[in-house]
Write a protein that binds this ligand. Structure first.
Ligand SMILES: NC(=O)c1ccc[n+]([C@@H]2O[C@H](COP(=O)([O-])OP(=O)(O)OC[C@H]3O[C@@H](n4cnc5c(N)ncnc54)[C@H](O)[C@@H]3O)[C@@H](O)[C@H]2O)c1
Length: 418
């Protein structure tokens, strides 16, 4: 397979905890080429370059930093990603890992520069924008993936298969919960997680919205979200908690509880899970995923757990680095598998079209991308567009304290004006 160069735009938490280590592993196993990381300023890039954890796991590996590590940490380069894109040869891989409100501009710019894209969730905050991205990518024969890694959790894949086989019945009533740690409030989040931009339903509830659709294929038709506002340490006001309900085309209902407030001293690192009740002929079925406690508990001598805690429920399933038969440690888990599957899909497409004339290459790239869309395992703008509809409806609803926002699918998918 032809390894693609990788440009990661954004050097924050998700880049440090998942994207960069995954790409490092792909690089040393010859499935990724040169790596560049571009951030707003040099400070997060320095933290990545100097991370003891990353250098222990990936000895001898590094990335090109934009801006350079020697730049003063408080000097901002909001437009530098554009230059990073121009430096990349066409049809390489761009990973977009900037705050949600910037996804649209950065993804569109990457496509305009003929790059394949993997964007962290949620792709964008408006359905129309997702549609625009889908159309531009299709016109240019470029792959766009959305990093909804819960799809790669084995329990989700099992549920999808068995739901399709009719082994649970039809989804009727459910609840999902994702509460991220309190200490998030002290991070860079306080600068962008403000009431006017996003909220916990959009930020993390979207994982379970995507998952219920991934499992059942049912399209949402209405959303109601209420929030609880509070202040971040820097004084900015954000929705710190959100409670939503989603109605589906078959009448089913899902409640979603999301927030930035799981106690730092608690064991779970976060609180999350999904419970779905289903109806069958004179019987009901059920899917329950306890996602915060996967049966592994560690108690450390020092407070090295999340939030400085000693006693932890440890998930071996999402992302860990473990000893392997090569140098350092290797990443394992569905987070890594999701990043790898997206980047490998781009590389496979490029390998298949190497040496073809441009018109044949374009037709073959489009054919392969349409196949990924149809399969529905990797999230793409074409097969995960319901997420943008829900996000858009949720933002309308939360600003009106829980008013129902309806979603219609004819003649085209859209959120009805309230
Ligand atoms: N579980 C998940 O799927 C998951 C988890 C965490 C974050 N995320 C998503 O990842 C994205 C980033 O989240 P995070 O937690 O890493 O945020 P963060 O605030 O820690 O980092 C954001 C990064 O974006 C960079 N940035 C901002 N503007 C930029 C610009 N103009 N050019 C280049 N870089 C720029 C900043 O320098 C910073 O490094 C968000 O969309 C979030 O929703 C997904």
């Amino acid at each position: 397979m032809k390894p693609l160069d990788v440009l990661i735009i954004g050097g924050g938490m998700i880049t440090c905890d998942l994207i960069l280590p995954s790409v490092y592993h792909l690089q040393r196993t010859e499935r990724a080429g040169r790596i560049t990381v571009c951030a707003l300023n040099s400070a997060p890039l320095r933290a990545l370059a100097e991370s003891a954890e990353l250098s222990e796991a990936f000895p001898g590996q590094s990335f090109e930093a934009m801006p350079a590590l020697g730049e003063p940490p408080d000097r901002m380069f909001p437009e530098l990603y554009r230059e990073a894109l121009t430096r990349l040869p066409p049809r390489q891989a761009v990973v977009v890992a900037v705050p949600d409100p910037f996804h649209y501009d950065v993804v569109m710019e990457a496509l305009r520069h003929d790059q394949h894209v993997l964007c962290v969730k949620p792709l964008v905050l408006k359905h129309e924008q997702a549609h625009e991205i889908e159309q531009l990518a299709c016109r240019k024969g470029l792959f766009v993936g959305v990093e909804y890694h819960k799809r790669f959790d084995r329990r989700s894949l099992m549920a999808r298969r068995q739901y399709a086989l009719g082994q649970f019945g039809r989804f009727a009533m459910g609840e999902a919960k994702l509460i991220e740690p309190y200490y998030y409030r002290h991070s860079n989040f306080q600068n962008w997680f403000t009431c006017d931009k996003t909220d916990p339903f959009v930020y993390i509830g979207c994982h379970y919205i995507d998952l219920v659709y991934f499992i059942t294929g049912l399209r949402p038709t209405g959303v109601s979200v209420s929030g609880v506002k509070g202040r971040f340490p820097n004084g900015n006001e954000g929705y710190l908690w959100a409670s939503g309900r989603v109605r589906y085309e078959n009448g089913a209902l899902l409640s979603v509880t999301a927030g930035l407030g799981y106690p730092n001293d608690a064991a779970g690192s976060n609180d999350q899970g999904l419970l779905m009740y289903c109806e069958g002929p004179d019987a009901s079925g059920m899917i329950q995923h306890v996602d915060n406690d996967r049966g592994v508990r560690h108690c450390y001598l020092d407070g090295i757990g999340c939030g400085g805690s000693k006693y932890n429920y440890v998930s071996p399933d999402f992302y860990r680095v473990v000893p392997w038969e090569g140098p350092g440690y290797k990443p394992v888990g569905y987070g890594y598998e999701s990043v790898a599957a997206n980047l490998e899909t781009m590389a496979r497409i490029e390998t298949a079209v190497a040496g073809l004339a441009e018109s044949e290459s374009l037709a073959e790239r489009r054919r392969r991308i349409a196949e990924v869309d149809r399969q529905g395992i990797l999230a793409t703008p074409a097969n995960s567009f319901i997420n943008e509809l829900v996000v858009e409806a949720a933002r309308i609803s939360i600003e009106r304290d829980g008013v129902w926002a309806e979603i219609a699918y004819h003649p085209n998918p859209h959120v009805l004006k309230i």
